[in-house]
Design a protein around this ligand. Sequence first.
Ligand SMILES: [Ca+2]
Ligand SMILES: [Ca+2]
Length: 610
Amino acid sequence: MKFKTNLFLLLAFLLLQNCNSSTEIKNTTPNIIILFADDLGYGDLGVYGHPTIRTPNLDAMAAKGMKFTNFYSGSPACTASRYALLTGRYPIRSGFPWVLYPNSSRGIHADEYTLAEGMKDAGYATACFGKWHLGTIKKEYLPLQNGFDEYFGLPYSNDMIPPLWNDIPLIEGNDTISFNPDQKTLTKQYTERTIDFITRHSRDPFFVYVPFAMPHLPLHPGAAFAGKSLRGTYGDVVEELDWSVGEILNALKINNLSKNTLVIFVSDNGPWIIKNEEGGSSGLLRDGKGSTWEGGMRVPMIAHWEGKFAPAILNTQPTSTLDLYTSLLKLVGQEIPKETIYDGKDISNLFLGKVSEKSAQEPFFFYGSKKLHAIRKGKWKLHVHTSSQTKREYFAGKTPLLFNLNEDPSEQYDLVEQFPEIVNELLQEIEIHKNEIKVQPDFFQKERLAQRKEHLAFEKKVILKNPPHPNYNNINTLTDGFIEGADRFRTLMGFEGNNLEAMIDLEKEETINEIKIGFLQNQPSWIFFPKKVDFLISQNGKDFEKIATQAIDSNLVDEMSSVFYFSTKEKTERKARYIKVIAYSQGKCPEGHDGAGKDCWIFADEIIVN
Ligand SMILES: [Ca+2]
Ligand SMILES: [Ca+2]
């Protein structure tokens, strides 16, 4: 009897335990997994119609989940696309709208509120396993400083390797653990890391972001996949990604997490079609990576959340990675900062199995590397600028072009003539958007604006006696309040052989205590400090009085690359309305220099008047 009671108690205890853990799961917000393929085209999966690439796991994921057929990446380029996904903002807002290289000085700005930071604030454990590509040159650009608890992977594209580039690091956390790893092992390693993370956090809410290295070139399938696909090496690599998806979904099942984990599989941009059969396919869509034709930005997107929505839903609504930012943070109950402009719309209802009545009519904008190329609103897409890495001029380069994407997803039949009112409406939407984009400068511009120094000559008009070189004629730099360093010499004003003689009208009489002007020296580029600088003042703009001269100090002349400010030195306390600065070029490069006897340059920056 006693034994039986104990057994009963034990059973009751176990039941309670069980009950507790299932309530625990029900009450928490979902875990989030984003599997992000690189350069995978719209037509590259079985479930999206590829005739020979076998993707049984992704096909099954779509059969149990939701397949999107009008889903866009935020950009047709790697870095910008990742930026859009992780910040919910058009890449134009970031200050790096295209691709970063291993030596790029910029990276993701610390003031961006990343998806991972939002997840962390919501109490999630966070990890990124794979290609980062949002900056590497400073520690602050790396994943751990941008919301991820863990990171493992190549920090940029798998083709930025020797001999064109330096050795590529494999990074764990903030540390380089090796160089030039065997790329055949990457997909497997990223998969194992992801499964390990899921297993370790099976009782905490978690967010895992897995930006795969491939099928971006070079293609390196794992040993178990090499030579197996009818589609060749490209197919091998995609079939390995499919295996990875299967393993990750299986890990969720084993850990009893399928019902409270939203898994999203998507690609960062269209296929790299200029690489011929090594690149993928955009199926029935036009063009590929790098272009704003549909093939460049419409990508496969599959969402899976067991039990949340009816199986095999086909979602034809125009949606994008920008929307994922907004919607996923909504799903985990995290608010986004109010002071920043975000571009994504809230489609969280779709992931909850409800209809998202909102926003099918909200415009989506397509950007090339420098400017806005196209808009989509509902079924209509209007191109105002087109480009292709293939150098092909579709429609003989004509713009604007209007397509009805519901009836013509391949963008073959231009309807500009038939629907002028739609063209006008979309052109207006573009104008509204362009004006709105200007309102909020990117975080780098903001930082720079904060460093601007106002002084008496700030933004005053400058009149030059001698013309600057046409390649270096940025006259604004003389009074724009930005005090530049030697690294920005291309933005300074350059004179070849000539003197600089600049007059500034202060617009009213001022008490002048000091005048300064910055000059760059970079002797290997034939840029020398001036011999001397004269400072003059005038009441009427005609009769000038010289109030000071500073000759170059020979101690400075050896400096390799530096900016030096010539000044009036002593406090002048003189009243005047007009200022003149004359900087005397050394004229010819000196003896012993590469350019000895030929014209040398002077490069000027701010004329500061206090
Ligand atoms: Ca890419
Ligand atoms: Ca300046």
